[in-house]
Ligand binder design. Structure first.
Ligand code: 9WN
Length: 427
């Protein structure tokens, strides 16, 4: 079979990143459990070992806060080489924080239910796997509900983020304007990422200062629900909303298959879909994020604005417009698709993370969304080009969209996991 070798290599990366039941994104750069990375890793594990896959999500649920949030990092007590570590997050001892594990105070896009559904579909009725998944349903329900209560009190349908790290697309040009208003002043912290990876592939110093400032702001506010009055960064994130919208559908499916537990998933899904629809710009064929501190839409061209395809909420006309944009040679059609922003767009940097390079998790979500709208041929091409790029450059964190060169961390978990899923789709 043409992909056998790649499949074996991908499985070795996942096994090599396994730390006692959690998959680290990359041993050198990211030695803890990250939320959406762990869920993407689960999608790979589902093909190799459904029980191991379900345990990954069980370990993620350990980090759940009393208010329902599942945090973006669960720290491994014996892995030290990452900053900011637990001391800077200052979550220890907070009444909402979980006991027994140390975590960050913010969240990440909720891929967990989508991953759990994949595990269910591969479990073949295995009792141990189904038991774990059934026990996870209430935890996922509480997390999803938290997004719409704590992070969307006005009921817009599009939850807000308090830190670019919550988007998972930290350094993206879509956050440049709201971030640029933050003046952190003198700030002391230790940074290690730019010693592991070339500095020109990582965020610059000024942005990192702002990231740390926002971490400290959450602690100063005692992790209370954010408001416009007290937050320095507050944006409605259409990509996170799209992922949540899709996850609601997957949660409803799971709850029904696992014995009919009650959830409000489909009702929340309707609210989120309506919120997304209000943010579509037909002129630009794109959904826009919103800066909640100024009330303005962030009309920034970015692949994130196409993720409503993954949610299955785009109308046929919107889907056709977005597909045309993806296939347009002067926009997203690069030698190695899909760039995070078109090379001609302001702020494009071929090697700096989230400011131009190709990401396999984005490709995977867009391909899935396109297949849902009937564009199977293009979805297949994205899968094939992604695999060709990985075969050439390795399981890297991100890739140059013009040359296919591998960038960022090596042995990257979701690149390996989603390669396994792409291979399965193409067989
Ligand atoms: C901050 C782990 C994470 C991913 C994010 C990616 C990067 C962290 C960092 O790495 O963010 O959370 O230190 O740069 O942007 O999507 O989850 O792979």
């Amino acid at each position: 079979m043409p992909y056998d070798r790649l499949q074996n290599d991908a499985a070795s990366v996942l096994r090599g990143n396994d730390r006692d039941g959690t998959t680290v994104p990359s041993p050198q750069l990211y030695p803890h459990q990250w939320n959406w990375d762990s869920s993407f890793a689960t999608i790979g594990w589902a093909h190799l070992d459904p029980l191991r896959a379900s345990q990954e999500l069980e370990r993620l649920a350990r980090g759940q806060w009393a208010d329902g949030m599942i945090p973006h990092i669960i720290f491994d007590p014996i892995a030290a080489n990452y900053e900011p570590g637990p001391t800077l997050w200052r979550t220890d001892g907070h009444p909402n924080a979980p006991s027994g594990v140390r975590t960050s105070s913010i969240t990440q896009p909720p891929v967990m239910a989508t991953a759990a559904r994949r595990v269910f579909d591969h479990a073949g009725g295995d009792h141990a796997v189904l038991t774990i998944l059934r026990d996870l349903v209430p935890a996922i329900e509480r997390w999803h509900a938290w997004f719409l209560t704590t992070r969307d009190p006005s009921g817009s349908g599009v939850p807000c983020i308090v830190h670019p790290w919550e988007s998972g697309m930290d350094n993206a040009t879509r956050w440049d304007a709201p971030l640029s208003r933050i003046e952190p002043g003198p700030i002391t912290y230790r940074r290690v990422d730019d010693r592991v990876i070339a500095a020109q592939e990582r965020p610059n110093r000024k942005d990192y200062d702002r990231y740390v400032f926002l971490v400290e702001e959450r602690a100063r506010l005692q992790f209370a629900p954010p408001t416009r009055e007290d937050s320095s960064f507050l944006c409605g994130d259409v990509a996170l909303a799209s992922i949540l919208c899709r996850a609601e559908e997957d949660l409803a499916y799971l709850a029904e298959k696992l014995g009919g537990q009650r959830t409000e998933a489909m009702s929340r899904r309707g609210t989120i879909a309506a919120g997304l629809h209000a943010l579509y710009d037909p002129e630009r064929a794109c959904y826009d994020d919103v800066d909640l501190l100024t009330g303005e839409r962030l009309a920034v061209e970015h692949v994130a604005g196409l993720l409503p395809l993954f949610a299955g909420v785009a109308t046929p006309q919107q889907a056709a417009q977005m597909l045309a944009k993806l296939e347009d040679p002067i926009r997203y059609q690069t030698s190695w698709p899909i760039p995070t922003i078109p090379p001609q767009a302001p702020g494009f940097e071929a090697h700096r993370y989230w400011r131009g390079p190709v990401w396999i998790n984005v490709n995977w979500m867009i391909a899935d969304g396109l297949a849902r709208t009937g564009a199977e041929r293009v979805a297949r091409q994205i899968a094939e080009r992604s695999l060709a790029m990985i075969a050439q450059a390795g399981f890297r964190e991100y890739f140059d969209a013009r040359t296919g060169e591998g960038l960022g961390a090596d042995s990257f978990g979701w690149t390996a996991a989603l390669a396994i899923d792409f291979i399965d789709q193409l067989r």
